[in-house]
Design a protein around this ligand. Structure first.
Ligand code: ZN
Length: 126
């Protein structure tokens, strides 16, 4: 269930109670009802902000999952100064892998060198 719509419904219910309360001459009752309405309004704002934060975190989490290799993955060899991984014919920067466990792709500069796309380290052929 959507928390924001649940809170909206609660606010509507509180409004209806205020309508009914017009016929009740109890100041304390009316004050409490006014307090309740204002608390609900605060909760609605808070819930909307939490929903935004959750969405942002989900996005960040998905990105981290995409860019984080499985635990235990290790390079199976080296080619032109780059790391190679099983089931993947890409050539990756050893510095990025060794320091951050990040698979940074490398681009070919010429027949002798490749360049890391993230840390810009030149990787020698051979
Ligand atoms: Zn790198």
């Amino acid at each position: 269930m959507d928390i924001v719509s649940t809170i909206s419904t609660s606010i509507t219910l509180a409004k209806r109670l205020r309508e009914i309360a017009k016929n009740i001459e109890d100041a304390e009752f009316k004050n409490l009802l006014a307090d309740l309405s204002s608390e609900l309004a605060d909760i609605k704002l808070e819930a909307a902000s939490l929903k935004e934060q959750i969405a942002a975190l989900q996005e960040e989490n998905a990105l981290l999952k995409q860019t984080t290799p499985p635990v235990g993955e290790t390079p199976i060899g080296r080619k032109w100064g780059c790391y190679q991984f099983r089931g993947d014919d890409g050539l990756y920067c050893p510095a990025c892998w060794d320091s951050k466990r990040k698979k940074s792709s490398t681009t070919r500069v010429n027949t002798k060198f490749r360049l890391c796309s993230v840390c810009q380290a030149p990787l020698g052929a051979g």
